[in-house]
Design a protein. Sequence first.
Length: 616
Amino acid sequence: MSARPRLSPRQRRLVLATVATVAGTSLIGLAVWWIEARRSTDLADARAGVTSTFTAEARAATTPVRFTDVTAAAGIAMRHGASARRRALPEDNASGLAWGDYDGDRWPDLYVVNHPGILGDPADPAHANRLFRNRGDGTFEDVTELAGVGDAAGFGMGATFVDYDADGHLDLHVTNLGTDRLYRNNGDGTFTDVAARAGVASPLWSTGAAWGDYDRDGHVDVYVCHYVDYDAAGREPPAAVGSSGRAGDYEAPYTINPSAFNPQPNTLYRNRGDGTFEDVTRATRVADPDGRSLSATFCDLDGDGWLDLYVANDVSPNRLFRNTGGDYAATGPGETGEDFPVTFIDLSAFTGTADTRGSMGISVGDFGGLAGEADDLPDLFLSHWLAQENALYLSLRGRSGQLEYRDRARPLRLGEVSIDRVGWGTAVLDIDLDGRADIAVANGSTLERPEDGYRLKPEPMFLFVNDGDGFRDIAPIAGEATAIPRNARGLAAADFDCDGDIDLALAVNQGSPVLLRNDTERGGHHALSIRLAGPEALARGARIEVHQGTRHQLRWWAADVSYLSGHAAESIFGLGDSPRADLVRVRWMDGRVTEIRDVPAGDVRLAHADAVMPAP
């Protein structure tokens, strides 16, 4: 018998490396199996293993801020959704609400969106949307039937008040799972649905809508987000835990998973100026066909005077579309004198904003000074799904002048504190009127309760107060009304009682809307409430500056879009201890500037010098 040949040193090393690799892989596999065997991934707690240190750092110990639930006292009464949840994605995602002074009495009115549920009776008036008229004394009256805006047959998602026909009366746009509505204000307290005649009666699943004059022709246009092609007919979700009583029977159905459905392309409608719109999506290249879109905002992100477009998508990359109109306008009309085509370029990847997290709400503000990167350009706050954290994209100019963004949510204490929440509606506002921009977020999980799969987990909202070095959540200590867990979706801000501070309205999924009155002690702080008088095409996206000594605050009118919701038109700036502002400047969307100096606290109305939009 011959002796077995010896292995060379190199061969021995290869064998040992192979054995070590196999052993290591096996150990990792066993560890993964052991962990997974002891938890249900559908019910996994995103907070597991996360340190609680950041939670303590991100929450304030004391605050003068107080909010009071005045819903019942104000006369706002309705219930959202069907009587029983059916474990369907459209039910879980809805709905929003919007503020708007539709009757022109300077008191903001409230429109709350509703739906009958997937299997509900669309003829039941209990499932209609509701319009609450502000009486001007802290109470509201339900004028839905008189106004004709109930849309009981619709499956409501979002709403926006907008004067699309420039007649001086706020109209109402409502997005649906199904045919959208465009209610034209008749000027006598009633509305007429003109969506089909206007060409905006989309049959798709519409969610958020962004209004703005993207081509600067003097007429306000609308970009409508579409979500997914929801088709669950004949495939009912499995029974939930509550029906069998056996926890092992739990299964998260595909009917609540957006990844189970194909995305739908969005639509950009160009306003012709005659009461009708044309679909220019393909020509402008903003369809975003792979995005499951929930919110969008028109805002001049790069400061060139033309409205850019940012789209928040769920489980698909977000999109930043830069408006090229400024590039063409700089060269003048074409050789034959024809108007140039206004299109968009997708700069998401180049700007670092192609976020693949589940994005719901969008807010726009100026926070650059917090990170020492102030550039006076809009910054973007995004609310996200569970375990994905909120995002705060601060804009900055790259070395080549290219617009870039950096997510600064974590160092500014906005990120990790939100890891166990699902964020929806958002608002940039000065809660305590100290001259610094704060952030409010409506939260509510889409995870089902382990003990009852037909019910969702409620969560408390966030009230992030800016302390000059970052943010701290004061919701747990700002009163019982802000500490209560809810299944909130839409959030809209307004000074509904006209006392100079900002109040909040929340849309609660399968619950009643909540009106939170801001009862914060002023402590000597003053407020400046700015209203813009002029056509929507000139005002939407206008840059508002308030200067006090070496400090200045910035807002972009109507760019803060929340989630399926609309804030009131006025912009309220906190002046801190000062009773006046040195300078208020508005740069309208045609490039013209309106300035007033030595402005006392209170209400101020700024009008455009000329209601006619000059040619680009």
